[in-house]
Structures are given as structure tokens and as C-alpha cells.
Design a protein around this ligand. Sequence first.
Ligand SMILES: [Zn+2]
Length: 203
Amino acid sequence: MPTRMDNGERCTPAKCETCHGPMDSPAFCDNCHSLYPADGLNHFELLGFLPSFDIDAAALRQRYLQVSRGVHPDHHGRGTDSSVSLRLSAQLNEAHRILSDPVLRAEYLLELVGGTAASSDKSVLDGVLATTLMLREETAEAKAAADTAALDACRARARQHYDTTLAQIAALARQLPGDEGLRRRLRATLNSIKYYQKLLSEL
Ligand SMILES: [Zn+2]
């Protein structure tokens, strides 16, 4: 495994073990096309970024495409390289899926710093259950009455709740690792936004 160093902005591997050139991702050397198994690396490390909620979406996409092209199974046809390449491609797809979505990214960061998973802490913020229940009832009434204006209003309110909750998630995720209270609050906020996500998907 190549060694890595911190350049302050993203996590960059120092150099390739084969050609000793610099690498953008610890998985693939652009210079000599060597592949390195990424087992044990988190999603940020795999794509050469420092773990942080604030990640440049364009830079993330560009890095993902660049490394994906490099590790693509078409370029690593035989033997060990081919299985490493298949595994890396799957890991890159998963890393990009998680990191490009702000809710999944915040949840991933929370778990990286030892926060609880949704499966073991289902708490939500005050008022979320009552609000979603009320919006769901109003939506059902609007649908029954074929009242498109009322339905649009329900959708707008659900969207507003979603946006507000996402802003809270961002504010908390930027303070990670934080203390136990902050991590629990982030867990509850992440659990809460899922209610609004589900409501919006039904609308
Ligand atoms: Zn190399």
C-alpha cells in the first residue's frame, strides 16, 4: 500500500510503489497504471479526499471518473489485476454514490467518527412525526378532492421542511467529530429527514 500524506485539502498518496510517481488516488497510478487494492480505505481516502462534509461536487465527480477509467476492467484483463480492478470499480461506484449525496455523506461521516447507526438509534427531532402525519392527511384530502393547488401547497411545505432539515444536517456535520450530544443530534436529524424524503417521494 502506498503511503499517504495530507496536503491540507485532500488526502494524497505520496508516491506509487512501482514507478515512484505521485498518485491522485491510492488505488491507481496514472503514470504506470499500477493498481493497488483499496481494502481498509474509507470512501474519502479511496477518492483521495480528506473526510469532510464540504466536498467540491465537481472535483469529486472529476476524480471519480478519472480513477474509474484507470481501474476499469477493460484495461486490466488478466490474473490478479482483473479481480482487483473489478473490486475497485465496485468500491469506487459505492464511494461516489455515498459522497455525492449530502444526506448519505453526513451519515457516512457520522459513522466514521463512531456515531450510532440508524438501526440502533431511531430517535427523531421534536415535531417531525406530527408534521409528516399532518402533511400526509392534508395530501390525502387534496388528492381526494382533486385540488391541485392544495396539493402543490403540501408539496411546497414538505420541500421546505426537507430543506430546513438538510441545512441543520450540514451545520452539524461540519462540526464533526464533536461531542456525544452533537453526534446524537445529527443522528436524530438524519433520521428525521428520511420522513420528509419519503413524504416527498409520495407526492
Ligand atoms: Zn506508478
